[in-house]
Design a binder for this molecule. Sequence first.
Ligand code: SF4
Ligand code: F3S
Length: 106
Amino acid sequence: AYVVTENCIKCKYTDCVDVCPVDCFHEGPNFLVIDPGECIDCTLCVAECPANAIFAEDDVPVDQRQFIALNAELAKQWKVIVEKKAAPADADEWRDVKDKLRLLER
Ligand code: SF4
Ligand code: F3S
């Protein structure tokens, strides 16, 4: 499955949502996750993310590996999002900021 990683936190551009053929993105307050049980590895979402936050599970950077389990866990708790929506007003300011995991809202 594909995995949403740290750089999505507080950016949440949602461009990824529109291209997913199986609607496997789930939305939290300031982050999106992919349901690993639904993702069909089509790869389409990767190029859409302005924050480059999406990786194939095997390619998730070493310091982001915890996001694999986090996507699976939060996908069970959060509702599916099927359409792109406006990003947070300060999304661009948070792009590429490091150590955003502590800012994740559940
Ligand atoms: Fe959806 Fe394809 Fe991205 Fe998986 S790889 S989340 S199926 S767009
Ligand atoms: Fe997040 Fe990128 Fe989608 S910032 S909401 S993974 S387009």
